[in-house]
Design a protein around this ligand. Structure first.
Ligand SMILES: CC/C=C\C/C=C\C/C=C\C/C=C\C/C=C\C/C=C/C(=O)SCCNC(=O)CCNC(=O)[C@H](O)C(C)(C)COP(=O)(O)OP(=O)(O)OC[C@H]1O[C@@H](n2cnc3c(N)ncnc32)[C@H](O)[C@@H]1OP(=O)(O)O
Ligand SMILES: Cc1cc2nc3c(=O)[nH]c(=O)nc-3n(C[C@H](O)[C@H](O)[C@H](O)COP(=O)(O)OP(=O)(O)OC[C@H]3O[C@@H](n4cnc5c(N)ncnc54)[C@H](O)[C@@H]3O)c2cc1C
Length: 662
């Protein structure tokens, strides 16, 4: 087995214009954090207790069991190693790689719901147990018949003042809870979203803490039906489940009562906003923006390294086969997603900081930031997961045939990450939520109100510049202005369409539906403007080393120009940009790709994914792809024997029979 680095990759690294460690530091927030990250990753990746056969060779049941064992072990080790809460994600992502785990919902939603929705007494009762994994919970909201439409949930929690209990019931087949991660086999508790009824009156969806399995033998409690929903497109390592209740009684104190309350006599105490009950989803949407940047970065790392190792065809007669990354068409497939990965990585950081600031404010009782936080996280969740989806698939196809093999790591990455466009709010629906906020804000600005935050730009609509003006299409100020103008114009046009539909006699819901394609387009443009502006702003950081600010500026330019050329109609339609501008943009893209080409490997190395996390034969740091492809294939279960048992069962009699008939 070759121990040295593939010469092509070695040369790529020698020829890059900057030290990737500097960008790694920039991406992770400083050298100390990078040091900590590497220590924790190395600790996890070199721990023999976490080693197991490749998941691709396992059944769904084996994947679940392997991951359950591994994650439980991880919980124990995190405790023993006393890893700081803030650093745990480094350790965790090294242990689980690109796979979801059966405790993901406990950590990612059950605990956050207790933090965000439980009263102090309820925290005192449950948090210690939940934080220490003495109980395991999930977030059970979606039903077979309703995921998007939360107000349409059918599960009921009916208050019985005589016993001071809620009666939990699943009235129909479509009311079965369906999908919650870790529900199928792992969890013994859940946060249940159910329609609250008091004295026959409905108060909408509320969160309840419900025990579903015995703490003694893990059997479903009386009245509870629970199980796994079966194999999925990906997520084999997680037991997504179904759940139904037959008049199960829980104490009044089990409704999470930080905001809404039900008094013993059945008096309902209203929350400051009914949408506070949706808080956990907002947090996870913000997380998905971070995650989308990371998965795209992984896919691009694999495809870029492999494209430097892979040599194919003849560019010049008689010359050696070139590295496929030297084909400009290959660069055009990968570099826009390399740039997008950086863009979303940085957007994710901003989104998390907006989330932290706003949620601190909200938990102190000031809910004024809630609409902006919801609109921003919904739009960015949708945009980032859509781009990551398309980008992962583009990277897979850019790896040719080997991209289709599980050895590449790309099919599994895709299968596990693509539901990010669906869960935590289906993307179109999320964009329409952002559009709703944009329409409201736009109307406020028409009434002379000054707007703040991500919609501040809607206050001052820019005029279309005079014809004949030339622009420098590489100037980030010019590019941000163009995105801003496009977003403001598309918001305006969607608002006009909505108004026209109303004036033509449609009621508000029908008008909204008729205008919804334009509304989604406006929300996309708004979110894309946010991403481009955020990238450009991060480059103005005066502490940024000049050796890396050049290459990051190129990535930012490429990201903005590629989006502009792909959506050129939006920029041209009202004459804001001219055909000359767009032609210039296309030429700049080619020039930028040529400049980025020598730095491509260093730019993906800077994401700093160790091989154990990438889990890809094609994306290996040392580039020794071919020998490891063969080694990987040999490990396949079908190769355990030279002659498979099915030969004796089926093939042998079949062949013998055919031969006998000759
Ligand atoms: C160590 C690390 C450990 C763990 C890892 C942690 C994280 C990992 C990161 C990522 C991976 C994450 C998870 C793992 C995988 C899968 C988990 C998946 C879980 C789930 O999917 S849970 C179920 C999610 N379900 C949804 O998202 C449902 C979507 N639907 C809705 O949200 C609502 O129904 C919808 C569509 C918003 C409509 O709501 P409603 O009908 O009530 O509202 P209206 O449309 O009438 O609007 C009324 C009003 O309210 C505003 N609004 C709506 N939602 C919110 C909100 N959330 N916050 C604030 N405001 C909201 C809306 O805009 C309207 O305002 P207006 O009247 O216009 O002023
Ligand atoms: C892997 C995975 C894990 C999950 N984990 C959990 C979990 O832990 N807990 C949990 O509770 N749920 C979970 N879910 C469920 C998930 O949250 C829902 O599937 C999601 O919210 C989408 O809802 P839906 O399935 O009802 O889609 P639907 O709403 O039925 O979407 C179908 C189509 O209808 C369109 N549509 C729906 N409403 C509108 C509208 N108002 N306007 C325009 N178009 C519309 C959508 O755009 C989409 O194209 C998970 C799902 C998956 C795939």
């Amino acid at each position: 087995m070759a121990a040295t680095v593939n010469p092509d990759l070695k040369k790529e690294r020698e020829n890059s214009s900057f030290d990737p460690n500097k960008i790694t530091s920039f991406l992770y927030g400083g050298p100390e954090i990078v040091k900590k990250k590497r220590e924790l990753e190395s600790l996890a990746l070199n721990d023999p207790d976490y080693q197991h056969e490749d998941l691709n060779f396992m059944s769904q049941e084996q994947q679940y069991e392997t991951f359950l064992k591994k994650t439980l072990l991880m919980v124990t080790k995190v405790r023993e190693l006393k890893i700081d809460v803030a650093d745990r994600h480094f350790y965790r992502s090294a242990v689980i790689g690109t796979n979801p785990d059966p405790l993901g919902l406990h950590v990612g939603m059950f605990l956050p719901t207790l933090y965000g929705q439980a009263s102090q007494e309820q925290k005192d009762k449950w948090l210690k147990m939940a934080e220490n994994f003495a109980i395991i919970g999930t977030y059970a909201q979606t039903e077979m018949g309703h995921g998007t439409f939360l107000r349409g949930l059918e599960t009921t929690a009916t208050y019985d003042p005589t016993t001071q209990e809620f009666v939990i019931n699943t009235p129909t087949i479509t009311a079965y809870k369906w999908w919650p991660g870790g529900l199928g086999k792992t969890s013994n508790y859940c946060v249940l979203m159910a329609q609250l009824y008091i004295h026959g009156k409905s108060y909408g969806p509320h969160p309840f803490m419900v025990q579903i399995r015995s703490l003694q033998d893990h059997k479903p409690l009386p009245g509870v039906t629970v199980g796994d929903i079966g194999p999925k497109f990906g997520y084999g390592s997680v037991d997504n489940g179904f759940l139904a209740f037959n008049n199960v009684r829980i104490p009044r104190e089990n409704m999470l009562m930080k905001y809404s309350k039900v008094e013993p006599d059945g008096t309902y105490v209203k929350p400051p906003s009914t949408k506070l009950a949706y808080g956990t989803m907002v947090q996870v949407r913000a997380n998905i923006v971070v995650n989308s940047g990371r998965v795209l970065a992984k896919a691009v790392t694999i495809a870029t390294r492999y494209s430097c190792v892979r040599r194919q065809s003849e560019m010049k007669p008689g010359h050696p086969e070139p590295q496929v990354l030297d084909y400009v068409t290959q660069q055009y497939k990968l570099f826009p997603y390399l740039a997008a990965a950086y863009a979303f990585w940085l957007t994710g950081q901003t989104m998390m900081s907006v989330y932290t600031t706003s949620s601190n404010q909200i938990s102190k009782g000031d809910i004024s930031a809630l609409p902006e936080l919801h609109a921003l996280s919904a739009g960015l969740k949708a945009l980032s997961s859509w781009v990551a989806n398309v980008g992962m698939e583009e990277c897979r196809m850019a790896c040719g045939g080997h991209g289709y093999s599980h050895a590449s790591g790309l099919p599994r990455l895709y299968a596990n990450m693509t539901p990010g466009a669906t869960y935590e709010g289906e993307n179109t629906v999320m964009m329409l939520q952002t559009a709703r906020y944009l329409m409201k804000s736009y109307n406020q600005s028409l009434q002379g109100e000054k707007l703040a935050g991500s919609v501040a730009y809607l206050s001052g609509v820019q005029p279309v510049p005079a014809a004949g003006r030339t622009r420098n299409m590489l100037d980030l100020g010019v590019l941000c202005d163009a995105y801003r103008h496009r977003a403001a114009r598309l918001v305006h046009e969607a608002a006009v369409q909505l108004r026209n539909e109303r004036q033509a006699g449609k009621d508000q819901p029908d008008a909204w539906n008729a205008a919804s394609v334009d509304l989604v387009k406006a929300a996309m443009a708004h979110s894309q403007y946010f991403v481009v502006k955020n990238f450009a702003e991060r480059l103005t950081d005066s502490t940024l080393d000049s050796s890396i600010s050049d290459v990051l500026t190129r990535l930012c330019q490429l990201h903005a120009l590629h989006g502009l050329v792909t959506n050129s109609g939006d920029f041209l339609e009202d004459g804001y940009l001219t055909g000359t501008d767009v032609r210039q943009a296309r030429r700049h893209i080619n020039a930028l790709m040529a400049k980025l080409r020598p730095d491509a490997v260093a730019l993906v190395d800077a994401f700093d994914f160790p091989d154990g996390i990438l889990n890809s034969v094609l994306g290996r740091y040392d580039g020794n792809v071919y020998e490891h492809l063969l080694e990987w294939a040999k490990a396949s279960p079908l190769n355990k024997t030279d002659v498979h048992q099915s030969y004796h069962k089926y093939l042998k009699p079949f062949l013998e029979d055919n031969r006998a008939k000759l």
